[in-house]
Design a protein around this ligand. Structure first.
Ligand code: MTE
Length: 304
């Protein structure tokens, strides 16, 4: 599989946005339709909410040049400029902890038994910008089922590559590297959660987290850990990097909630990258019908 640098991509190799927009009508009966089927009647809301004004796909250009990937710098343009040093193949993912099938998996072996699906998701960054991204990936729940978590596996922890040569931003200690994230087992196995390998029908570019990253559409973007090298099945709640850095600003759950402001700014509205007018942010980023039940009995205000 050839992964090209952004400069090598000819514009005619990228599925034009208009083709995608046409295809969305078709997707209504395929990928998202599948999700809807998996979710029963609740799933139909996914499509209804997709009709929301401003839910046009964000351009490939914006998705691949406006990024957060601190391993390549803290500016939004840094990852697309600097991430060419990452070598996404060959790639090994270590599976460890409370699981029946631990080991070092070549990425292709880890993914081979699973069918790659297309998922168009709204993505909401904690910094109050958002995008609509056509991902390709495999449901994380399918991968987890095959790995066989044991009864002690209450959470799943994910770890990004630690290699200051491939990831020069790691020479500065902005974060206590490697970047770590985690999900509760029910969140990890929820049908909306995917391990993404591509977007716009192309392999993920390095700046988007090649070759494998997490996508959880009802949570703030920082939960979507990039360039994953380890998946650990653990008993206790993992300490995720942003919570470790600023626990009063970032939590473990990080569910999108317009009513809980970040200490330094409002979370009530968001700006779609490529558009000027701000739009309302929806609870659970608009996926509440599918996911709110997982937090029943918990105070939503504490789930930031
Ligand atoms: N993963 C790693 N390893 N390092 C990071 O700095 N940033 C997170 C998340 N995953 C980050 C990461 C944040 S804050 C966001 S908003 C998303 O990646 C951004 O993903 P995108 O650049 O593909 O839109």
């Amino acid at each position: 599989m050839i992964i090209k640098k952004p400069a090598d991509i000819k514009s005619d190799e990228i599925t034009p946005e208009s083709v995608y927009i046409d295809r969305r009508k078709f997707i209504g009966t395929s990928a998202i339709g599948l999700t809807a089927a998996a979710l029963g009647s609740r799933g139909s809301k996914l499509l209804a909410q997709d009709d929301r004004q401003d839910d046009e796909l964000t351009s490939f250009e914006s998705i691949t040049t406006h990024n957060n990937f601190y391993e390549f710098g803290t500016g939004k343009g840094d990852p697309s400029r600097n991430a060419h040093t990452l070598r996404p193949r060959p790639w090994t993912v270590t599976v460890e902890g409370a699981v029946e099938n631990p080991g070092e998996y070549d990425l292709d072996d880890l993914l081979r038994p699973h069918t790659v699906q297309e998922r168009i998701y709204r993505m909401r960054c904690v910094e109050a910008w958002s995008m609509v991204i056509p991902w390709q990936g495999v449901p994380l729940g399918d991968v987890i089922a095959r790995l066989g978590p044991t009864a002690n596996a209450n959470y799943v922890e994910f770890v990004t590559l630690l290699d200051p040569i491939q990831m020069p931003g790691q020479r500065r200690r902005v974060i206590d590297w490697p970047y770590i994230e985690g999900l509760r087992m029910d969140e990890a196995t929820h049908p909306l959660t995917i391990l993404a390998t591509g977007l716009y029908d192309r392999d993920l570019l390095n700046q988007n987290g090649a070759p494998l990253r997490l996508v959880i559409p009802w949570k703030y973007g920082f939960k979507g850990i990039k360039s994953i090298v380890a998946i650990r099945f653990v008993e206790r709640q993992p300490i995720n990097s942003w919570k470790a850095l600023a626990p009063n600003e970032y939590g473990f759950f990080a569910n999108v909630n317009p009513e809980v402001n970040h200490p330094r700014w409002s979370q009530a509205r968001e700006r779609r990258i490529g558009k000027f007018r701000k739009i309302r942010t929806l609870p659970f980023n608009g996926y509440g019908d599918e996911v709110a039940h997982m937090y029943a009995g918990m105070d939503p205000r504490t789930l930031y």
